[in-house]
Design a protein around this ligand. Structure first.
Ligand SMILES: [Zn+2]
Length: 268
């Protein structure tokens, strides 16, 4: 391999180690977005089609905020999460930094999207951010924090590989369980019962964050019964997957249902 390539690969490897994870991995976002799209009213689907660039679907743009979004709005990284201490009783606005957080940004972008007088470009951007952030707030470690950047600084062994706790929840569990987007959507479909959908369809953004906080406590307090969050170096195996997988599934399904509700409500 030419030396320049080797050097590029080395740089990429270092960057991937130091750059924080921002979100459910791309697959998690696509899965929730697919669930949402299947639940859109014709009116909402039409309005979204008109707002997106020709040929784009919501699935195509649901990861925009993790990529181009950072170039378009360079200081938007804090918008993807909120660090709520694990022992806090619930989310509070005091945890939302000056530059905003995932909770405040969902509320801000839903207003812009619903404002027919806002410029088209601005509404389009609001849609891209809103889709992504409704999903991010459902990732437990985008809310629960042990002063370790939502698990980014807690190095663990998962399924025999070195990773960090945040990444375990963003993507490692999804990849470990396996399956393409279709398989995942089929897996989650049985969760979309009328009872679940009804229960999930009330509640504020703050309550969605509180649910993530409760799930994050389970994610950190391992093995079960631990009173303190796991330290770096913890080895996570199949018993951890058995605890986490149902939570991941429920959060992805809830995000999809709630995203559809948001969009159907905005484009009435
Ligand atoms: Zn994100």
């Amino acid at each position: 391999m030419p030396r320049v390539f080797r050097r590029l690969i080395a740089v990429a490897a270092i960057l991937s180690l130091v750059s924080p994870a921002h979100a459910w991995g791309p697959q998690g976002h696509r899965i929730s977005t697919r669930i949402a799209m299947a639940r859109l009213t014709p009116k909402a689907a039409g309005a979204i089609r008109e707002l997106l660039n020709p040929g784009d679907t919501l699935v195509d743009v649901c990861n925009w905020a993790d990529h181009e979004g950072h170039d378009v709005v360079p200081d938007s990284a804090p918008w993807h999460y909120v660090n709520v201490p694990l022992d806090a009783p619930r989310y509070s606005a005091k945890y939302c930094g000056e530059r905003g957080c995932v909770v405040s940004k969902i509320k801000e972008f839903r207003k812009i999207l619903a404002d027919p007088k806002a410029p088209r470009k601005e509404r389009q951007r609001a849609l891209l951010f809103l889709v992504h952030f409704v999903e991010d707030v459902h990732q437990p470690l985008h809310v629960g924090d042990n002063r370790d950047r939502g698990g980014n600084n807690t190095q663990v062994q998962f399924a025999g590989k070195g990773t960090n706790l945040h990444r375990v929840w963003d993507s490692d569990i999804l990849h470990h369980v396996g399956g393409n987007d279709n398989v995942w959507v089929q897996r989650l479909t049985p969760l979309l019962t009328p009872e679940h959908v009804k229960a999930w369809s009330s509640g504020s953004v703050e309550e969605w964050a509180d649910e993530s906080l409760i799930a994050a406590r389970k994610a950190y307090m391992w093995p079960p019964g631990s009173r303190t969050p796991m330290p770096s170096g913890t080895i996570l195996g199949n018993d951890y997957v058995r605890m986490a997988d149902p939570i991941v599934r429920e959060r992805l399904a809830q995000a999809g249902v709630r995203l559809a509700n948001e969009l159907n409500g905005i484009f009435k």
